[in-house]
Design a protein around this ligand. Structure first.
Ligand code: GLA
Length: 740
């Protein structure tokens, strides 16, 4: 692993055992992109890759040596705006005179071991400088004095390149940055399919695929959050790439606000893939001497199919994006009271629910919305993070003590970024919300958004939260965020900095997370935004798990968790067993099927266990015991998708231990099939030459048999001709290597 920099011919080659990323300073001084893909030999010269064709209807610029050059057909690293390249640029800058033409020529480069931190922003990191190398390349626009530093990190263990951009105004006038993409990757052809993960509330991150054609395909968010409609993670794959084989490139943004991800195919079939802050409503004034660090993006590459691509993100994000003591630990099995009680809570009721949970083996009790201020329903109280004497007359400290005395950890719900008009905080500071002068602020779930671009607002929320965390000796926080940003304008910023508010808001959120996680390093944070409206790599840096969706129906969760698994690890997906009929769909599924889905996540319950039958309670106890015995494998093993819920009636996935000696697979079928074929359940990720046993199936099988042939699916008639299958069936298979 390393970075090769050949100063004499301006060549950069970042490589590890599996990937190469090659760049070259072009003859006009711009930074050209040559290659991203499978590892190549290290050579001095790849100039044959650079295409320089004369074409009509193209503009050329003199490069200073009498040579003419056009950027239109060139693959570039940080494409400029407004001269000979007419594709989407990586950055756009407005000068005081109104000019928006940009330029960026090579000015210097250095290599550092490890990976420097990004100040104020989440990012991947190294624990030892030997794990990665970072190449920093400076480009400069001589006219404006804007210095662009591109930071590229190549990791030893992950087939991914992390890139971020830092802009510094070294010129003599203020500049307005109106576009600044974190990653821009030009690819030599367009023979790709574009995969995106889109949805809505309660059906987040469904997978969509379409071929690239000339023009632009893009997804993005302008809601101030990464959103449930789109996700800041996309894949380009070859048409014949599937889960098991084939080439694919992923691009993921470590950011939680407005974003744009797009692929543009030009007339010569060159594809420009990029991701970064959404240029709409972004206008950052960079005064002389100021710098702006932009979010990091991670591009991963595989030739071994989509499971392998996902596994690069799973490992990198789980091991070197998530932080804190919970990073490597099995996540506590929790019970959350939300769907059990909604706002109807008393100390007695909560302790009763928690006691039953403890009896079943649960480890963490989470008190959701409604414990503070005047929050008796969702019209009031947000912003007043003071325990309510109406709900908890003995105080929250007493409740926390009782929960702790049961031997459970205690967690609380907060929605720190929000305020209700009916709250003491809003009455005291009506100007602390995002609102545009002269316009009525929109409401979302009856609430307004606090202006987190202002430090005094973040300070105030921090103080309130820290006090409750101290008093309750809190072990866990569910940090919710239940509405998009509207009328975005900050009373604290001048007119020419209003285009900064969206990004400054996200920086404020990160600042609060940073302060709280530093002061309370042992607290486990779970992010949430009406379910999965802010499920992104940015928040994983602070909160290693996220509530995947408000939809707790087991069948719906198959799609949601399957889609989420493309870019995010199993250990990041909050997944609970809830009551039936399900509260989102009225569907009735068995307690086992609900648990079999939730076990491929952080696992917990969101119902009152006191209301279950004795038989169900026995199942719950067995599920918890199973989860405790296997959570290391389920949350830290290698996850492979096998059968897609987007393609048919059946879903299957598997978690395999690193040594391939132990695996747990899950098979699900939505609707029952009468007199169907006896199909085989095949597995993935095992060792071909190892002999295994499979729970519920007699005999032993080599890994190759299990992966190529499989074991018989459940038949729907038993030996006596009775139907023994039903809708919403599931089955877990425990696979163990036979020890000789
Ligand atoms: C959001 C969350 C839910 C729950 C409620 C509480 O909808 O996604 O899980 O916490 O808020 O109001």
């Amino acid at each position: 692993m390393g970075v090769m920099y050949q100063q004499e011919n301006g060549l950069f080659h970042l490589y590890n055992d599996n990937i190469s990323y090659i760049m070259k300073i072009l003859k006009n001084g711009h930074l050209g992109h040559l290659y991203f893909g499978k590892r190549l030999h290290l050579r001095d010269d790849y100039d044959y890759i650079i295409e320089e064709k004369w074409r009509s209807q193209t503009a050329y610029i003199e490069n200073g040596n009498g040579e003419m050059i056009s950027l239109a057909g060139m693959m570039q690293e940080f494409p400029v705006h407004g001269n000979t390249d007419f594709r989407q640029p990586a950055f756009a800058v407005r000068m005081e005179n109104g000019s928006a033409i940009t330029d960026a020529k090579f000015a210097g480069a250095r290599i550092v071991d490890g990976k420097p931190e990004l100040s104020g922003l989440p990012a991947t990191y190294t624990e030892d400088p030997g794990e990665a190398q970072t190449l920093q390349i400076d480009l400069i626009d001589a006219l404006t004095g804007l210095k662009v530093t591109l930071n590229y990190t190549v990791f030893e263990k992950y087939n991914a390149i992390a890139r971020s951009v830092c802009l510094a105004n070294e010129g003599k006038e203020a500049l307005h940055i109106t576009t600044a993409m974190s990653f821009s990757l030009d690819l030599p052809d367009s023979d790709y399919e574009w995969m995106q993960f889109s949805g809505a509330w309660a059906r987040e991150r469904y997978q969509y695929v379409r071929p690239l054609t000339p023009g632009i395909v893009s997804v993005g968010s302008r809601a101030g959050i990464s959103s449930q409609e789109q996700n800041p993670f996309v894949i380009l794959k070859r048409k014949d790439t599937n889960e098991e084989q084939g080439e694919a490139i992923g691009l993921s943004l470590i950011y939680s606000g407005n974003f744009l991800a797009q692929a543009e195919v030009d007339a010569q079939d060159v594809t420009r893939l990029m991701i970064g802050l959404h240029p709409d409503s972004f206008d950052w004034k960079l005064d002389c001497g100021e710098t702006l660090q932009l979010p990091e993006a991670v591009a991963a590459y595989t030739k071994k199919g989509l499971n392998d691509l996902s596994s690069q993100y799973h490992h990198l994000y789980r091991q070197r994006l998530c932080r804190g003591p919970w990073r490597d630990k099995g996540r506590p099995i929790l019970l959350n009271n939300w769907e059990a009680t909604y706002f109807d809570i008393t100390e007695e009721k909560l302790v009763k629910i928690a006691s039953k949970a403890k009896e079943c083996g649960v480890e963490l009790f989470v008190l959701d919305d409604g414990w503070f201020g005047d929050r008796r329903d969702d019209h009031a109280g947000l912003g007043d993070w003071v325990p309510s004497p109406d709900v908890l007359p003995n105080g929250i400290g007493v409740l926390a003590d009782k929960i702790h005395a049961l031997g459970l950890m205690f967690g609380l719900w907060f929605e720190p970024e929000m305020v209700n008009a009916d709250s003491d905080l809003f009455r005291a500071h009506p100007d602390w919300i995002l609102q545009t002068p002269g316009r009525e602020p929109s409401l979302g779930r009856h609430q307004l958004v606090l202006d987190f671009s202002r430090k005094e607002v973040v300070d105030c929320i921090y103080d309130m939260m820290a006090k409750v965390m101290e008093e309750t000796k809190l072990d866990y926080i569910k940090w919710d965020m239940n509405r998009p940003l509207t009328e975005v304008y900050s009373a604290a910023l001048p007119y020419d900095r209003q285009g900064e508010v969206f990004h400054r808001y996200v920086l404020g959120v990160y600042d609060l997370y940073d302060r709280l996680t530093k002061r309370f390093p042992d607290v486990l944070f779970e992010s949430c935004a009406s379910g999965g409206a802010r499920f992104d790599a940015g928040l994983l840096y602070y909160a290693p798990q996220a509530w995947t969706s408000d939809d707790t129906d087991a069948m719906e969760r198959l799609k949601i968790q399957y889609g989420t698994s493309y870019g995010y690890p199993v250990a990041s997906m909050g997944a609970h067993v809830s009551a039936v009929p399900n509260h989102q769909l009225n569907r009735i599924t068995s307690i086992d099927t609900r648990a079999n889905v939730a076990m491929f996540g952080t696992f917990g319950y969101e119902l009152d266990l006191n209301l279950l039958s004795d038989e169900e309670i026995e199942r719950v106890k067995a599920q918890i015991e199973f989860m405790k015995a296997n959570r290391e494998l389920l949350q830290q093993g290698d996850f492979y998708r096998i059968l897609s819920p987007f393609k048919g009636n059946e879903t299957e996935w598997i978690c395999v231990s690193a040594d391939k000696k132990h695996a747990i697979a899950a098979w699900f079928r939505v609707l029952n099939v009468v007199n169907g074929p006896v199909k085989k359940i095949r597995f993935t990720g095992l060792d071909e030459d190892t002999l295994y046993t499979v729970s519920g199936i007699e005999g032993t099988f080599y890994g190759d048999e299990l992966m190529e042939i499989g074991v018989p699916e459940i038949e729907n008639m038993n030996a006596h001709g009775r139907i023994n299958t039903c809708d919403y069936m599931s089955r877990l298979y425990e696979i163990h290597a036979v020890t000789m």
